[in-house]
Design a protein around this ligand. Structure first.
Ligand code: AMP
Ligand code: ZN
Length: 481
């Protein structure tokens, strides 16, 4: 087996993975802010975290993965001056903030399931950890924080090397806007946000610094430390978190661990910090509020199986920016179809063998080397495809090799069928039975050389959104277009 090497954003280097606890891997991934549906860019972050988790399992580590749900405290503005995103959504929809959080959490979980992202050992819900957040804040308040009218702030000059992760050590770095009056350093951030006098928030708790709500960064420090214990192995998030959220978590963790300096692994909370790059639209940044809102459900409504999106993610390295296009998704779907058809044919012949057998060892080695090389799923996929196209090999052993690889890639190849991939776009009303009946009639007409009838049937189907695919190399016969 090749040793696992991962890119650590903290050192900006590839490092050999060395677990804190022998044979174990403990991973924390920053979860979604549940004031709206996640867009497919957000879901790229969880496909990446899932690939990381599956790879760690594949390499034999006992995985404990935690993903949080930010149901309180994420502001519309990183500089602590904005409104709480959830309070804002509640006001706009005139609903209880708790109902909103629940609704979008469930929508997120539905996407997680559809993308075949494995369930983490624990989903930590931020509002369920408020007492622990208060304890954490109390323990660092004297030495590292100061109080303003608006809340309790963390003084970033009290820890060594603040911002090392972001490589933005100066105050004029990106996003360092001094939006709150009275802060000692522009990069100082809220640990606790007091409810302004005369106002009442739907989510607020008592604290030594008055009634209010925890800061977003505090939540992740507390949930990761509580559940996984400091130091744990790997902390993940999107690349945007490398700039503010994670440097702030690290500063809090340093303060909490009572150790200044980052030379000891324990000081930053996690040994390895990993970040996925963004999924972008040609027009720029992906957004939940402007343009076409690219939710996973939109892809499904247009007739794409959600795992085609997973395939699209796997085709790129997680550290590369990925540009989203419908053509790209279509190509990913075709690639997935090929694999599904190949595996379906094998499954019709046999059951997966117990092991892949020596014939497949060189392929398994190459697959292992690819994922061990900072999760190079693009290369791993091509190895899987090579195996799927091998001729004159034992079908059971071949299926076993595919199963072992798919346990890492998570394309669900051992259960997905061609019928599953035929998702009907929402605007299509014709039933599958009607399609099949017309296709059968068309076949008869063609056999009788009645091309007028055959063409008429084809046009009739086309009018209802069904494209007949004569001579399709994948044997697909028809698709909903
Ligand atoms: P949020 O719900 O905004 O806190 O984001 C959830 C996760 O998605 C975080 O890890 C973000 O860093 C990540 N993220 C946000 N936008 C994108 C994007 N366009 N592509 C990939 N990841 C993203
Ligand atoms: Zn976080």
């Amino acid at each position: 087996m090749t040793e696992l090497r991962l890119f650590n954003s903290l050192t900006r280097q590839l490092e050999t993975f060395q677990p804190v606890h022998a044979n174990e891997a403990r991973v924390y991934s920053c979860g979604p802010t549940v004031y709206n549906y996640p867009h497919i860019g957000n879901m790229r972050a969880y496909v990446f975290a899932d690939i990381l988790g599956r790879t760690l399992s594949f390499k034999g580590y006992k995985l404990t993965h935690v993903i949080n749900i930010t149901d309180v405290g994420h502001l519309t503005d990183d500089a602590d001056a904005g409104e709480d995103k959830l309070e804002k959504a509640a006001a706009a929809n005139a609903q209880s903030i708790w109902d909103i959080a629940r609704h979008y959490t469930e929508a997120y979980w539905a996407d997680v399931k559809a993308l075949n992202i494995r369930q983490p050992a624990q989903w930590t819900i931020a509002t369920e950890f408020v007492p622990q957040m208060l304890e954490f804040a109390k323990s660092i308040a004297d030495k590292h924080c100061y109080e303003l009218d608006s809340g309790l702030y963390f003084d970033v000059s009290t820890v060594a090397d603040y911002g090392r992760l972001a490589r933005a050590q100066t105050d004029d770095g990106e996003g360092r806007i001094e939006a709150v009056e009275g802060k000692r350093n522009a990069a100082d951030f809220a640990i606790w946000r007091k409810t302004p006098p005369g106002e009442k928030r739907q989510m607020e708790w008592d604290s030594p610094w008055g009634r209010g709500a925890p800061g977003w960064h505090l939540e992740c420090s507390v949930m990761s430390g509580q559940v996984l214990g400091f130091p744990f192995d790997i902390h993940t998030g999107g690349i945007d978190h490398r700039e503010i959220h994670h440097p702030n978590e690290i500063a809090q963790n340093q303060a909490f661990c009572c150790t200044n300096g980052l030379d000891l692994a324990a000081n930053s909370g996690a040994n390895v910090w990993m970040h996925n790059n963004f999924l972008v639209e040609r027009s720029g940044k992906m957004s939940k509020s402007s343009g076409e809102f690219l939710r996973l459900q939109l892809l499904i409504d247009k007739g794409y199986h959600p795992l085609a999106y997973r395939m699209l993610c796997l085709q790129a390295h997680y550290r590369s920016e990925l540009e989203y296009s419908w053509e790209g998704l279509e190509a990913a779907l075709v690639r997935l179809k090929r694999l599904v058809l190949a595996v379906e044919n094998l499954r019709a012949q046999t059951q997966p063998g117990v092991t892949a057998g020596t014939r497949f060892a060189p392929f398994m080695d190459r697959f292992d080397a690819a994922v061990a090389d900072d999760l190079n799923t693009a290369v791993a996929l091509t190895v899987l495809e090579e195996v799927a196209s091998l001729k004159k090999v034992d079908a059971g052993e071949k299926l076993a090799a595919i199963a072992a690889m798919d346990a890492v890639l998570g394309l669900n190849l051992l259960t997905l069928t061609r019928a599953d991939l035929r998702i009907r776009p929402v605007q299509v009303t014709i039933t599958e039975a009607e399609i099949e009946a017309r296709l059968a009639a068309r076949k008869e007409a063609r056999a009788a050389k009645d091309f007028a009838t055959s063409d008429a049937l084809r046009d009739e189907l086309a009018a209802q959104g069904v494209e007949v695919m004569d001579g399709d190399s994948l044997g697909w016969e028809w698709k909903l277009g």
